[in-house]
Design a protein around this ligand. Sequence first.
Ligand SMILES: [Zn+2]
Length: 251
Amino acid sequence: MGAFKEAGWEWDFRWRRPLFDNEIEMAVSFLSDVTQSTIQAHKGDQWEWKADPSGQYTVKSAYLVLWEELSEQQQDGAFEELWKLKLPSKFVIFAWRLIRDRLPTRVNLNRRQIQVGELTCPFCGGEEESAGHLFLQCGKIISVWWESLSWVGLSGVFPNHPRQHFIQHIHGMVEGVRSSKWKRWWLALTWSIWQQRNNIIFSNGSFDANRILDNAVFLLWTWLTNLEKDFNMHFNYWSSNIRAAFLNRGG
Ligand SMILES: [Zn+2]
């Protein structure tokens, strides 16, 4: 139950361990492959989708596997909210891992007895790199959140766990904020933070708060361009009027 099986290789949802980035890429590409085509048995490797008695992958059975996993979690609507944003699966899976604190931060890797050398946050070098610190509490990152909150007239104290932060973000909206846009903003910004973190750790990059914001704004714009039929604003115009972009009614 709940596992993909291939000759000599198995990935079980029930291990409940965090997936590494290369594994998640594998899972995402597998899921997108099987939804697009019938599995070719003569190709050698044979996949068996064990979540369905027929062995065939169905969206419903995948949803049930995820749902089953979720049902052991606190039921706060976070998963449904993510699912409803209709974003490409790699972003949804990223956010879901963040919300469940399953990203391979240095603290999480260390907890799993994986040698990471140092535990410190690659942004500030001061505190340990937990998800709560890296994404929310780090002195270098908090100003990035404040900046975007100011666009919609919000300020305040953050919960220090990503799950609570996400819930507060999607529910604590001021009137007039374009809600799906604002919800997607959380994903765009956390994704951009994670990309810069990886760039620093793996490619010797340096911290740049403006680049985190710029990349997140661009990512959100590409989503809106692809997802909203009536959205056809030029990027330069839209991004230089970002406050208005969030405060327009609807969407
Ligand atoms: Zn830090």
